[in-house]
Design a protein around this ligand. Structure first.
Ligand SMILES: NC(=O)c1ccc[n+]([C@@H]2O[C@H](COP(=O)([O-])OP(=O)(O)OC[C@H]3O[C@@H](n4cnc5c(N)ncnc54)[C@H](OP(=O)(O)O)[C@@H]3O)[C@@H](O)[C@H]2O)c1
Length: 383
C-alpha cells in the first residue's frame, strides 16, 4: 500500500528569479513569475482551483520546478519519491503552498500498485521520473516499465491527460540524418545506433517513449510528450544531477579540456512551464521539442569564462586536429506557438553558476573590489 506523507514543515523558500534585476539579463522587462500567456486557451476541466495532479520523481531537478509552478497555480500535487524521508527531498516541503497542497507518495517505477495509488484521484499526471544512467540494466527496464505502468494506471483511474518528459535522446541520435536538416518533432533516434554505441540512456528514453505512445493508443489515454535538450538553470534541490554536472565540471577544474562537440540547451524554468502549458492547452498534442540554442562546448566555456573569470575554465579543445563540430539545426516553433518564450542560454548559465555558488557547490565569488561596469558582447556586467 502506498503511504501518503503530507508535508510537515512550513517555509516560504520558493525562490523567485526577477530577471529584470539580474545584471546580465538582456534588458527586456520580464520576470520569472510563471505567468501563462494571456491569450492561451486553457481547458477549464483540467485546471485549478482544487484540481489534483500527480508528478512522478518529485524530488528531481525538473520535477521540483514543475511542482513549484503547479503549487503557485493552486493545484494540489501528489508527488512520488522513492524515499520521502531522504533529506534530498526536503526542499519540496519548503515550497510555497506545500504545507497545504503537497502530498508525497512512496513509489518506485517498477511498482505498479504504488504508482496507481499515487495517480488515483488525479486529473493529470506529469511523468518525469526516469533513471539517468548509461548502465543498461538500471536504465532500460525501469524506464520502459515506468512509462507503461503510468499510462496503464492513468487509464484505470480515468486521468484526463498524461504529460511525459522524454528527451532529445529519443529524437536526434541518427548518424544518417542530413547535417543540414532541421531537427523537429518528427525525428526519431536510430535505436540500432544507440545500441551499437552503448548509449543506453538515449536507447532507454527512446524505447520508453515508444512504449508510452503504444500503450496510450491501446488504452485511449490522452498523452503529450516533451523532448528537452540538455537542461540548465538554478536547481531547487540540494543535490547535483547529471545535466548540472555538465557545467560544474568546467568550473571546478576537473575538466582540463573541452570536447569537440556541440549540444543544445534549455532552461529548467522554461521546461517546467512547458509542462504546464501542454497540460492546460486543449490543443496540445504529440511531441514538443524544448531547445533554446545549440552551442559548441568551446562557446559554453567562453561564455562562462567571461562571466566568471575566477574559475579555472579550460581554454583548449581536446581535439585540435579537426575543425570545430557544427551545431545541428532545430526548430522550437511548436512550443513557442503555445506561448513559451525561451530564456537565453547565457542567462541560464549565469543563473546556474550563481545558484551553485549559493548552494555551496562552488566557492563563492571574490568580494567586489569596486563598483565598476564593463560591457561584453552587449551584455552589461556589474561587479
Ligand atoms: N536534465 C536534463 O538535461 C534532461 C534532458 C532531457 C530529458 N530529461 C528527462 O527529464 C526527467 C527528469 O530528469 P532530471 O534532470 O530532473 O533528473 P533527476 O534530477 O536525476 O531526477 C530523476 C528522478 O527520477 C527518479 N527515479 C529514477 N529512477 C527511479 C525509479 N526506478 N523509480 C522511481 N523514481 C526514479 C529519481 O528519484 P530518486 O530521487 O529517488 O533517485 C529522481 O527524482 C528524466 O525523465 C530525464 O530523462 C532530463
Amino acid at each position: 500500500m502506498c503511504s501518503l506523507f503530507r508535508t510537515s514543515s512550513i517555509g516560504m523558500g520558493g525562490q523567485s528569479f526577477e530577471l529584470a534585476e539580474n545584471p546580465i539579463f538582456d534588458g527586456a522587462d520580464r520576470s520569472f513569475c510563471f505567468l501563462l500567456p494571456e491569450t492561451m486557451p486553457v481547458d477549464e476541466s483540467l485546471i485549478t482551483p482544487g484540481k489534483t495532479v500527480c508528478v512522478t520523481g518529485a524530488g528531481g531537478y525538473i520535477a521540483s520546478w514543475i511542482i513549484k509552478l503547479l503549487l503557485e497555480r493552486g493545484y494540489t500535487v501528489k508527488g512520488t519519491v522513492r524515499n520521502p524521508d531522504d533529506p534530498k527531498n526536503t526542499h519540496l516541503r519548503e515550497l510555497e503552498g506545500a504545507k497545504e497542497r503537497l502530498i508525497l507518495c512512496k513509489a518506485d517505477l517498477q511498482d505498479y500498485d504504488a504508482l496507481k495509488e499515487a495517480i488515483d484521484g488525479c486529473d493529470g499526471v506529469f511523468h518525469t521520473a526516469s533513471p539517468v544512467t548509461d548502465d543498461p540494466e538500471e536504465m532500460v527496464e525501469p524506464a520502459v516499465n515506468g512509462a507503461k505502468f503510468v499510462i496503464n494506471a492513468a487509464a484505470e483511474t480515468k486521468v484526463k491527460r498524461v504529460v511525459i518528459t522524454s528527451s532529445i535522446g529519443a529524437v536526434y541520435m541518427d548518424p544518417n540524418r542530413d547535417p543540414e536538416a532541421v531537427v523537429d518533432e518528427s525525428c526519431w533516434s536510430d535505436l540500432e545506433f544507440c545500441k551499437n554505441t552503448k548509449n543506453w540512456y538515449c536507447y532507454g528514453k527512446m524505447v520508453a517513449e515508444q512504449a508510452a505512445w503504444e500503450t496510450a493508443e491501446e488504452k485511449g489515454v490522452d498523452l503529450v510528450v516533451l523532448n528537452p535538450v540538455l537542461v540548465l538553470g538554478p536547481p531547487l534541490q540540494p543535490t547535483i544531477n547529471a545535466s548540472l554536472f555538465h557545467v560544474l565540471k568546467y568550473l571546478t577544474g576537473s575538466a582540463k579540456t573541452y570536447a569537440n562537440l556541440t549540444q543544445a540547451y534549455v532552461d529548467v524554468r522554461d521546461v517546467a512551464l512547458a509542462h504546464v502549458l501542454v497540460y492546460e492547452a486543449p490543443s496540445a498534442s504529440g511531441r514538443y521539442l524544448l531547445a533554446e540554442s545549440a552551442l559548441h562546448r568551446g562557446e559554453v566555456v567562453e561564455i562562462l569564462a567571461k562571466l566568471f573569470p575566477e574559475y579555472p575554465l579550460p581554454t583548449k579543445c581536446k581535439d585540435e586536429k579537426n575543425p570545430r563540430a557544427k551545431p545541428y539545426k532545430f526548430t522550437n516553433q511548436k512550443i513557442k506557438d503555445l506561448g513559451l518564450e525561451f530564456t537565453s542560454t547565457k542567462q541560464s548559465l549565469y543563473d546556474t553558476v550563481k545558484s551553485l555558488q549559493e548552494k555551496g557547490h562552488l566557492p563563492p565569488p571574490p568580494p567586489p573590489s569596486t563598483s565598476q561596469e564593463s560591457s561584453q558582447n552587449g551584455i552589461k556586467i556589474e561587479s
